[in-house]
Design a protein around this ligand. Sequence first.
Ligand SMILES: C[S@@+](CC[C@H](N)C(=O)[O-])C[C@H]1O[C@@H](n2cnc3c(N)ncnc32)[C@H](O)[C@@H]1O
Length: 121
Amino acid sequence: MVADLGCGPGFFTLALAECVRTERRAYAVDMDEKAIQALEKKADKRGYHSIEAHVSSAHNLNFIKDRSVDFILADGLLCSMAPQQHEAVVEEMKRILKPNGLIYLKVARGPRSYMKKAEWD
Ligand SMILES: C[S@@+](CC[C@H](N)C(=O)[O-])C[C@H]1O[C@@H](n2cnc3c(N)ncnc32)[C@H](O)[C@@H]1O
Protein backbone atom coordinates (compact mmCIF):
# COMPACT_ATOMS: atom_id res chain seq x y z
CA MET A 1 0.00 0.00 0.00
CA VAL A 2 1.26 3.49 -0.86
CA ALA A 3 -0.12 6.97 -0.15
CA ASP A 4 0.46 10.23 -2.01
CA LEU A 5 -0.50 13.02 0.40
CA GLY A 6 -1.15 16.42 -1.12
CA CYS A 7 -1.16 14.64 -4.47
CA GLY A 8 -2.42 17.60 -6.53
CA PRO A 9 -3.58 16.43 -9.97
CA GLY A 10 -1.58 13.24 -9.48
CA PHE A 11 1.66 13.57 -11.39
CA PHE A 12 3.40 11.27 -8.89
CA THR A 13 0.31 9.21 -8.01
CA LEU A 14 0.18 7.86 -11.54
CA ALA A 15 3.84 6.85 -11.33
CA LEU A 16 3.21 5.18 -7.97
CA ALA A 17 0.18 3.37 -9.37
CA GLU A 18 2.38 2.08 -12.16
CA CYS A 19 4.79 0.68 -9.54
CA VAL A 20 2.19 -1.03 -7.38
CA ARG A 21 0.00 -2.08 -10.34
CA THR A 22 -3.17 -3.83 -9.28
CA GLU A 23 -1.82 -5.88 -6.38
CA ARG A 24 -1.69 -2.95 -3.95
CA ARG A 25 -3.72 0.15 -3.40
CA ALA A 26 -2.42 3.67 -4.01
CA TYR A 27 -4.19 6.25 -1.88
CA ALA A 28 -4.25 9.77 -3.27
CA VAL A 29 -5.27 12.58 -0.91
CA ASP A 30 -5.71 16.27 -1.54
CA MET A 31 -8.03 18.89 -0.08
CA ASP A 32 -8.51 20.42 -3.54
CA GLU A 33 -11.53 18.75 -5.11
CA LYS A 34 -10.62 19.90 -8.63
CA ALA A 35 -7.16 18.33 -8.33
CA ILE A 36 -8.71 15.02 -7.26
CA GLN A 37 -11.21 15.16 -10.13
CA ALA A 38 -8.36 15.76 -12.59
CA LEU A 39 -6.45 12.81 -11.14
CA GLU A 40 -9.48 10.51 -11.31
CA LYS A 41 -10.01 11.44 -14.95
CA LYS A 42 -6.39 10.64 -15.85
CA ALA A 43 -6.40 7.42 -13.82
CA ASP A 44 -9.58 6.30 -15.53
CA LYS A 45 -8.21 7.06 -18.98
CA ARG A 46 -5.03 5.08 -18.26
CA GLY A 47 -6.83 2.22 -16.52
CA TYR A 48 -5.22 2.62 -13.10
CA HIS A 49 -7.88 0.97 -10.97
CA SER A 50 -5.62 0.65 -7.93
CA ILE A 51 -5.89 4.37 -7.12
CA GLU A 52 -8.27 5.33 -4.32
CA ALA A 53 -8.60 9.11 -4.34
CA HIS A 54 -9.97 11.18 -1.46
CA VAL A 55 -10.79 14.86 -1.07
CA SER A 56 -9.55 15.36 2.47
CA SER A 57 -7.05 17.20 4.57
CA ALA A 58 -3.96 15.12 5.25
CA HIS A 59 -4.46 15.53 8.98
CA ASN A 60 -7.57 13.35 8.79
CA LEU A 61 -6.84 10.05 7.05
CA ASN A 62 -9.45 8.00 8.89
CA PHE A 63 -10.10 5.96 5.71
CA ILE A 64 -6.57 4.48 6.01
CA LYS A 65 -5.95 1.83 8.66
CA ASP A 66 -3.20 2.07 11.29
CA ARG A 67 0.20 0.68 10.18
CA SER A 68 -1.03 -0.32 6.75
CA VAL A 69 1.07 1.79 4.36
CA ASP A 70 4.52 0.82 3.07
CA PHE A 71 5.43 4.13 1.45
CA ILE A 72 4.18 7.69 1.88
CA LEU A 73 4.99 10.45 -0.57
CA ALA A 74 4.45 14.02 0.57
CA ASP A 75 6.00 16.21 -2.08
CA GLY A 76 5.25 19.87 -1.46
CA LEU A 77 2.55 19.16 1.12
CA LEU A 78 3.91 20.56 4.37
CA CYS A 79 5.17 23.76 2.75
CA SER A 80 1.64 24.32 1.40
CA MET A 81 0.12 24.51 4.86
CA ALA A 82 0.52 26.60 7.97
CA PRO A 83 3.42 25.38 10.20
CA GLN A 84 1.04 24.89 13.15
CA GLN A 85 -0.77 22.21 11.10
CA HIS A 86 2.40 20.19 10.43
CA GLU A 87 2.32 18.22 13.69
CA ALA A 88 -1.17 16.80 13.13
CA VAL A 89 -0.22 15.70 9.61
CA VAL A 90 3.05 14.12 10.76
CA GLU A 91 1.11 12.25 13.48
CA GLU A 92 -1.28 10.85 10.84
CA MET A 93 1.69 9.78 8.70
CA LYS A 94 3.17 7.95 11.70
CA ARG A 95 -0.17 6.30 12.45
CA ILE A 96 -0.71 4.87 8.95
CA LEU A 97 2.92 3.88 8.26
CA LYS A 98 4.00 0.27 8.73
CA PRO A 99 6.87 -0.19 11.23
CA ASN A 100 9.40 -0.62 8.42
CA GLY A 101 7.69 1.81 6.07
CA LEU A 102 9.32 4.77 4.38
CA ILE A 103 8.29 8.38 3.94
CA TYR A 104 9.58 10.72 1.26
CA LEU A 105 9.06 14.29 2.44
CA LYS A 106 9.97 17.25 0.30
CA VAL A 107 9.43 20.93 1.02
CA ALA A 108 9.99 23.76 -1.39
CA ARG A 109 11.69 26.99 -0.33
CA GLY A 110 9.24 29.51 0.97
CA PRO A 111 7.78 31.22 4.03
CA ARG A 112 5.93 28.06 5.14
CA SER A 113 8.79 25.64 4.60
CA TYR A 114 10.31 25.66 8.06
CA MET A 115 10.02 22.28 9.74
CA LYS A 116 11.14 21.40 13.24
CA LYS A 117 13.80 18.73 13.69
CA ALA A 118 11.19 16.53 15.42
CA GLU A 119 9.03 16.63 12.30
CA TRP A 120 11.92 15.48 10.11
CA ASP A 121 12.81 12.81 12.68
C1 LIG B 1 2.84 22.12 -4.21
S1 LIG B 1 1.39 21.12 -4.50
C2 LIG B 1 2.18 19.54 -4.75
C3 LIG B 1 1.36 18.59 -5.59
C4 LIG B 1 2.01 17.23 -5.87
N1 LIG B 1 2.41 16.56 -4.66
C5 LIG B 1 3.19 17.36 -6.80
O1 LIG B 1 4.34 17.31 -6.31
O2 LIG B 1 2.99 17.51 -8.02
C6 LIG B 1 0.70 20.96 -2.85
C7 LIG B 1 -0.63 20.26 -2.77
O3 LIG B 1 -0.96 20.07 -1.41
C8 LIG B 1 -2.36 20.25 -1.27
N2 LIG B 1 -2.65 20.54 0.14
C9 LIG B 1 -2.39 21.67 0.85
N3 LIG B 1 -2.78 21.53 2.12
C10 LIG B 1 -3.31 20.27 2.23
C11 LIG B 1 -3.87 19.54 3.31
N4 LIG B 1 -4.00 20.05 4.52
N5 LIG B 1 -4.30 18.28 3.06
C12 LIG B 1 -4.18 17.73 1.82
N6 LIG B 1 -3.66 18.38 0.76
C13 LIG B 1 -3.24 19.64 0.97
C14 LIG B 1 -2.69 21.37 -2.24
O4 LIG B 1 -4.07 21.38 -2.57
C15 LIG B 1 -1.78 21.04 -3.41
O5 LIG B 1 -2.42 20.23 -4.36
